[in-house]
Design a protein around this ligand. Structure first.
Ligand code: GLU
Length: 454
């Protein structure tokens, strides 16, 4: 049995964004890779900024992304409670423990951690007078991602405020000790806190966990860090846009990590097998929404047809693209040609609505393109119609018909594709054209081509 115990320790003070999700995911992957435990701990000591609504979003988003926790809220475990707001007595007792050891003292109503040896309170006074001339010994941290990092912690710091509330650094370390956390994987924004955390571990005489600080996620353009307000930043958005959770999770894995063989769209079992914390990049990751949607499209393509239909049916019913009278067989035929082209389930209604009604929407941009490209689309359809009327309704026969019309009129067969697509579907793009015509059927296709000429 692996001894690895990692935790995700969110503060429920805002919506669940991709940075938090990625931190949770790297911890989860590490636990699943090593056969260790993944613990969820809620750092809700800041009473004014916490809310139950944010808490619910954390649970929902983690479950949606398939990140199950082995210990924590709603699951239990031997080291609970897993809400810091329910651990106040423990923090007070732990403070007393440090006070009894002489490692915590009261000053101005607050409690301070007394640094060891040369870095003491007296020394602190001395530093204030003559800071530049003193070299405090740096503390070297061996970070799993960053390698060796040197930090100086040269002043005593507050661990309990004068209002009686414990400081983040203190509760974070007390809980990591009590919950027997072996590895701390968290955002690089916490690197600067780590020397304080190590000092608290030392004061307790406890062995610190291994730390790994993962790179920031930068916004798509510019140097800034992705913020909660940036488009694409919240996990909820992807739920609303009907992305596949597996695709979102796959994309998040790539924000700071690359699979060894460079193949980026992978089943989660494969990612778990390959994931190494030491291989996480030191350089910042950049959010790329196009890549995310590409991975969503790729993942949709890998689904078994029946599963794709199960996901598609309720969306099509809800948007009234189909009603209950449409048979499963007919739906399967249409979905069969759509699955390989659609980017997100969200687009299905506009992508395939024309299969189920003659009163379909005509994309004006696509129409403008047809005429702009020089040709006369009506003339093309006139030339095409007799060849299609004569064709057997299979994809090879339809392909041959387009080729024959092209040859007879000294044009490329593709000159007929866009007009035919527009006449049949009202669109400028979509699923493979020959497949569209085949599934649309002979009668419907010919009727629509004639209507277009008229
Ligand atoms: N509550 C802290 C945060 O949300 C956790 C920091 C840590 O993982 O140690 O950033």
């Amino acid at each position: 049995m692996s001894q690895v115990r990692v935790r995700f320790a969110p503060s429920p003070t805002g919506f669940f964004h991709i940075g938090s999700a990625r931190t949770a995911l790297f911890n989860w992957l590490y636990a699943r890779h090593t056969g260790g435990k993944f613990i969820l701990r809620i750092e809700d000591t800041d009473k004014e900024r916490n809310s139950d609504a944010f808490l619910k979003v954390i649970f929902d988003s983690m479950r949606w992304l398939g990140m199950d926790w082995d210990e924590g809220p709603e699951v239990g475990g031997d080291f609970g409670p897993y809400f810091q707001s329910q651990r106040t007595e423990l923090y007070k007792a732990k403070l007393q423990e440090l006070a009894a050891k002489g490692r915590a003292y009261e000053k101005d109503g607050a409690w301070w951690l007394r640094l060891e040896g040369a870095r003491s309170a007296a020394y602190d006074e001395h530093l204030k007078k003559d800071y530049e001339k003193v070299d405090a010994a740096p503390m070297v941290l061996h970070d799993m991602v960053r390698g060796q990092v040197a930090r100086v912690e040269d002043r005593d710091f507050v661990i309990f405020r004068s209002n009686g509330e414990p400081v983040f650094h203190f509760v974070n370390v007390v809980d990591d000790i009590e919950m027997k956390i072996t590895h701390v994987i968290r955002g690089e924004d916490h690197l600067s806190n780590t020397s304080k955390h190590l000092e608290i571990f030392k004061a307790f005489g406890a062995k610190p966990p291994m730390y790994g600080h993962i790179p920031l996620i930068l916004k798509t353009d510019g140097p800034g860090k992705m913020s909660k307000r940036d488009k694409g930043a919240l996990i909820e958005e992807y739920q609303q846009r009907r992305y596949l959770p597996a695709a979102v999770r796959n994309y998040l894995c790539l924000l700071g990590w690359t699979p060894a063989d460079g193949k980026e769209v992978l089943p989660i079992e494969e990612i778990i097998k390959q994931f190494e914390i030491s291989a996480v990049h030191q350089s910042n990751a950049r959010f790329d929404e196009r890549k995310m949607s590409h991975i969503n499209a790729q993942t949709l393509r890998t689904l078994p047809a029946a599963e794709f239909a199960t996901l598609a049916r309720p969306i099509l019913l809800e948007t009234k693209v189909v009603d209950a009278s449409v048979s499963d067989t007919r739906l399967a035929e249409v979905l069969g040609i759509v699955q390989e082209k659609v980017i997100s389930l969200e687009h299905l209604p506009e992508f395939m609505g024309f299969f189920f009604t003659d009163d379909f929407k005509k994309d004006e941009g696509a129409m403008a393109n047809l005429t702009k490209k020089g040709g006369d689309p009506v003339a093309r359809i006139r030339e095409l119609l007799p060849a299609l009327e004569a064709a057997a309704w299979t994809e090879p026969a339809l392909e041959a018909a387009f080729a024959a019309v092209g040859a007879a009129n000294e044009r490329k067969p593709t000159d007929y594709f866009a007009p035919a697509r527009f006449a049949a579907s009202g669109q400028g793009g979509g699923a493979h054209l020959l497949g569209v015509l085949r599934v649309l059927g002979r009668d419907t296709t010919l009727a629509r081509l004639k209507a277009f000429i008229a």
